[in-house]
Design a protein around this ligand. Structure first.
Ligand code: PRP
Ligand code: URA
Length: 210
């Protein structure tokens, strides 16, 4: 499994203000969008290109365009919704799927409540979006749902703003072929399964439900 920790100064700067408890929902949403855009820029670096002819106002020339498999963006509800629109602006032709999962507060096990994804996942590269990789239960369950619908492990990339070592290990055990892109590997989980130092509850901070 490849783990990409994105050290770009813009990402790290924005992440610091995302962690700050005095950052309100509007600014929090903006920061999540900006970081998601920068992460998608890194995660799409390997997309294959082909030469295409284009006519400028002056002459014909060759340019390069993305070929091959198409993209699917799959946010894990709710918090993954905060990342999807920003990335869609970069890749407007991507198809969007949704996976509804919440983490049971007592057991920390993921509970599924919604699943709707494009039906041609076999042919697509998938960016699975969730700001938080804590125990890894939610992301691993999402990967398994996608694979059951035909997605190939190597085509799935998880984009998360923060990752706990426990979540990375759970993802590696579940399927070592899924790559992870994150802005930070934090210290670990507290007794309630929150990432430390973390940023708190991402869904609540995004949607103002604290
Ligand atoms: C959060 C987060 C992840 C999950 C991570 O969602 O957005 O989906 O927890 O935890 P895990 O790695 O231990 O599974 P939550 O269950 O709070 O739902 P929400 O996004 O609807 O608030
Ligand atoms: N989900 C969150 O939103 N935050 C955490 O720290 C862990 C899981």
């Amino acid at each position: 499994m490849a783990l990409h920790v994105l050290e770009h100064p813009l990402i790290q700067h924005k992440l610091t203000w995302l962690r700050d408890k005095s950052t309100g929902p509007k600014e929090f949403r903006n920061l999540v969008e900006e970081i998601a855009t920068l992460m998608a820029y890194e995660a799409t670096r390997g997309l294959p290109l082909e030469e295409v002819e284009v006519e400028t106002p002056l002459q014909k020339t060759l340019g390069r365009a993305i070929v091959g498999k198409k993209l699917a963006l799959i946010p894990i509800l709710r918090a993954g919704l905060g990342m999807v629109e920003a990335i869609m602006r970069l890749v407007p032709h991507a198809k969007i799927g949704h996976i509804g999962l919440y983490r049971d507060h007592d057991t920390l096990q993921p509970v599924e409540y919604y699943f709707k994804v494009p039906d041609d996942l076999t042919e697509r590269d998938i960016l699975l979006l969730d700001p938080m990789l804590a125990t890894g239960g939610s992301a691993a369950a999402a990967v398994n749902f996608l694979k059951a619908r035909g997605a190939r492990s190597k085509s799935i990339k998880l984009l998360c703003l923060l990752a706990a070592p426990e979540g990375i290990e759970a993802m590696r055990k579940n399927d070592p072929e899924v790559d992870i892109f994150t802005a930070s590997v934090d210290d670990g989980l507290n007794e309630k399964g929150y990432i430390m130092p973390g940023l708190g509850d991402a869904g609540d901070r995004l949607f103002g439900t604290l």
